[in-house]
Ligand binder design. Structure first.
Ligand SMILES: O=C(CO)COP(=O)(O)O
Ligand SMILES: O=C[C@H](O)COP(=O)(O)O
Ligand SMILES: [Zn+2]
Ligand SMILES: [Zn+2]
Length: 308
């Protein structure tokens, strides 16, 4: 058991009409929750960390922790850098042992995005590491960069981008966005764009970021036990399942795990005012994450029993 590439899992996901869940983590219990959920469903899964999460945990700590948990829980896993900002960040993670990286040049113009992605692909491939890039801009805030509107991916540009960079997978903008506040009105995803990209790039794995569903019961639990989260809204589950049956092979979820962990810990504190053992309350958060991951595998991803 240990860290694996995404090549094989994406190929199977594409052919099988399902998607692999890529879950963001920054600590031990989030990691264990995700891996235990995947193990219970015999499903491929990706663990991913943003650069701020890599800094929080430490790149080597993260790699060794994921390897050890993979061994102890008994499931192979890909470890991926999410939204790598530049070659230096990518190198830090590859040299520490990550099996997959993203270079996010989506906020640059097309030519610059091609150049920075190509540079990363050359380095990563020389080390046997796969690369995800991004074309099109999701509305909302991403690290320090924000955009008020979706800049939807242009299918013809996606073809040129993939051919010129040699990238292994591509994140596209079709109306999803990061965080807990995705839509003010009706949810709408541009499946016509996904379909056109799928037709123009057959067998090529597409990635969907900003794909948390934002369960309203979980928000209610947060608020019932002292939270104050108003107006949160995610992507409807049927839209996500439809995307995963198409060319989307990787679906990124962070917010749903954060909300589940927070709701469980808030509830635990409210119901157990005398407890102060971190294993009890963080353990409650870990269990909640496992439950979310199992449900995502069944309802959103369709990836149960993908490991044979
Ligand atoms: O795309 C993500 C990480 O890259 C996470 O998206 P959510 O905020 O919708 O969970
Ligand atoms: O896409 C962003 C992820 O949700 C990670 O967010 P973060 O930078 O707060 O770790
Ligand atoms: Zn981006
Ligand atoms: Zn993202």
């Amino acid at each position: 058991m240990g860290l694996i590439s995404t090549k094989e899992m994406f190929k199977k996901a594409y052919e099988g009409g399902y998607a692999i869940g890529a879950f963001n983590i920054s600590n031990l219990e989030q990691l264990q929750g995700v891996l235990k959920g995947a193990k219970a469903k015999n499903s491929y899964v990706m663990i991913q960390a943003s650069m701020s999460a890599v800094k929080y945990a430490g790149p080597h700590t993260l790699v060794e922790m994921v390897k050890a948990a993979s061994e102890e829980i008994g499931i192979d896993v890909a470890l991926h850098l999410d939204h790598g900002p530049n070659l230096e960040a990518v190198k830090t993670c590859i040299d520490a042992g990550f099996s997959s990286v993203m270079i996010d040049g989506s906020h640059y113009d097309f030519e610059e995005n091609v150049n920075i992605t190509k540079e990363v692909v050359d380095y990563a491939h020389s080390k046997g590491v796969v690369v995800e890039a991004e074309l099109g801009v999701l509305a909302g805030v991403e690290d320090e960069v924000s955009s008020d509107v979706h800049k939807y991916t242009k299918p013809a540009e996606a073809v040129e981008f993939v051919n010129r960079t040699g990238v292994d997978s591509l994140a596209i903008a079709i109306g999803t966005s990061h965080g807990a506040f995705k839509f003010k009105g009706e949810a709408n995803l541009r499946f016509d764009i996904l379909e056109e990209i799928q037709n123009k790039l057959p067998d090529f794995p597409i990635v969907l970021h900003g794909a948390s569903a934002v369960d309203q019961d979980t928000i209610a639990t947060c608020n019932e036990f002292g939270g104050n989260i108003a107006g949160a809204k995610g992507i409807p589950v049927d839209m996500l399942r439809k995307a995963s049956s198409m060319a989307v092979c990787k679906i990124n979820m962070d917010t749903d795990l954060r909300l589940a962990m927070t709701a469980a810990i808030r509830k635990f504190f409210a119901e157990n005012p005398k407890e102060f053992d971190p294993r009890k309350y963080i353990g409650a958060g870990r269990d909640a994450i496992q439950a979310v991951v199992e449900s995502k595998i069944d309802v959103v991803l369709g990836s149960a029993n993908s490991i044979n």
